[in-house]
Design a protein around this ligand. Sequence first.
Ligand SMILES: C[S@@+](CC[C@H](N)C(=O)[O-])C[C@H]1O[C@@H](n2cnc3c(N)ncnc32)[C@H](O)[C@@H]1O
Length: 465
Amino acid sequence: MSIDPETFQVSIEKFSSRGYGVGYVARPQGKAIEVEIAHTLPGDLIHMEMRRKMRPPRKGRLLDVLEPSPQRVEPRCSHARVCGGCSWQQMDYAAQLETKQALVARLFDCPTQPIIPCEEPFAYRNKMEFSFSENRAGQKFLGLMIAQAEPYVFNVDHCHLCKPWFSNVLNAVRSWWESSQILAYHPARDVGTLRYLTLRGCVHTGQKMAVLNIAGRSELSLEEREQKLHRDFVRTVEEAVLGEEIAVFLRIHDANRGKPTQFHEVHLAGPSHMTEELRLSEKTLSFTISPSSFFQPNTLQAEKLYSAALAQIAHFNSPMIYDLYCGTGTLGMAAAAMASQVIGIELSLESVQDARKNAERNQIDNITFYPGDVGKVLTELMGQPTFQRPDVAIVDPPRSGLDPLALHHLKTLRPKGILYISCNPLTQVANVEELVEAGYSLRSLQPVDQFPHTYHIENIAYLER
Ligand SMILES: C[S@@+](CC[C@H](N)C(=O)[O-])C[C@H]1O[C@@H](n2cnc3c(N)ncnc32)[C@H](O)[C@@H]1O
């Protein structure tokens, strides 16, 4: 049986849920075959290849654009045809915005506020993670996943979504690695050392951070690590940023089957954390960011996101606010000036520690943070005699949305207003439907473009009881 790919001419008709183009290959008998092809747009007529025997969901590979969609533009990046990071760089930015806004309106079956665009749709990311990977021949790769071929990695030599220093460090670390004997970590076989390189930068303060993520049970002993890996890695990174100050860390992933992964951070050089500002319309807040703590990945858009979100609850008079899934407490601290009291709940202990320092740093004394799972912490708090119900709940959960216990508590607590910020409108709409059934009305939808050139959408839904 031949498994050679066959080639087809296909019109792209829509986007898949991953932001790739979808077309249909006609069959002499039976239903046409649906195929997803990375880096294509509705309206494109393309030439592509596909293995006919492939099981659904079928993936095609773009060979040529025969007739471009009117929304097609020349991508800025030479990796655009390969990279799994940007799926929409070949799409005009105004069309990206229109598509995202229309998607939210369709999902919620309700008009939205005009999407808030990103003024500079390149070099906006303040955090990138580049994976280490090796093929069977021992060839080394440090970069991003190949579109539709995850977890295969290709060598990224520049990325236009972040500042140029990210690419300089990335290339320097790859050269260092290529000249070393250190192996990439292989998850299936649980062997090797290097997992991924995290780079973080601050827009307003210019501060930088590099974190080398390694496997706990690696072939290097801690002592050897200290001597070789630490010194060489630090030197490589410092040279790549031309002697500018940079916080350098090692983050050890200690994974044991059946147990949660333990992380150990080793501070190797430079400052022990970064400090970033959020310049909001009311005031500027300043934040400590440590290697593991969450910070919105697009700082300038986070400022717009927070201002737009808080404008929705400006009519409350000194409300009691719960900031659920609060990360390093940024949004809760931004809301503190209008609130009588803010309660922040967050799973990551490191983020809560940062949040507490951040509250002190910004002289905010009407905010309290609790570490732990939102549902479980709420159960505990609700059992205390001093418990105070929220007037407003801000929720900003991960992509999976609100878990059943958190949603249950939200319905029991019945805050007057719920400000629901989400990076996944699919789970958001399902949660909002439940809240509407429980007596809430959806008052407004505000999409914000946090991630230009990707299909990701940030959306603020405001509900009132
Ligand atoms: C999208 S981030 C929001 C962070 C914050 N609101 C901000 O704007 O910076 C989601 C946060 O939820 C936290 N998280 C995930 N699952 C959680 C859970 N079950 N309980 C509490 N926090 C959780 C993550 O650690 C992460 O910090």
